[in-house]
Design a protein. Sequence first.
Length: 172
Amino acid sequence: MLLLPAGAFHAMFRSFERTAFHLEVRDLYRTPEEAAPFQRFLDGEPDDAAWQRPWLDVVREVTEGGRSVRRLRVVSVPHADYTRWLLHISGFNVEAGEEIRWLPRPVAGGLPVGDDDFWLFDDRRVVFTLFATDGTTASGAATEDPAIVRHCVRVRTALWAAGIPHDDYVKG
């Protein structure tokens, strides 16, 4: 496993060839760039997603170039405020070209939902998200170990098949 230096993830994200898949299993993420927009949501104020523009631009760039970006969020029910906020803002991601599915924990029984968030690139590299004790993202740890990659591919395949597409989940 290789601990990624600052900025390495962004370079890795731009260099994948075909597919990038993100598994999110936490009910709350504490990232500095989300703090103010999340608070605006809690206060009932509108969000123009300007803070999210750099990510949306990257997603748009890679998907318009023919690559796939997919995300599956495993969520508790009833939804916490943070999940309600994600449901509210994820339409921007979908419009940019990201495919998002939602998997309620009660539906995930028997599926291989672990405790680790990860990115899977081209079914050959996994980057696990590392979190500090306060819940903020600390770094990433990358590996191309074939056994770990195969495990993450199996997890992705099982969970993606069970996940509910974003538009259907929001309507439901």
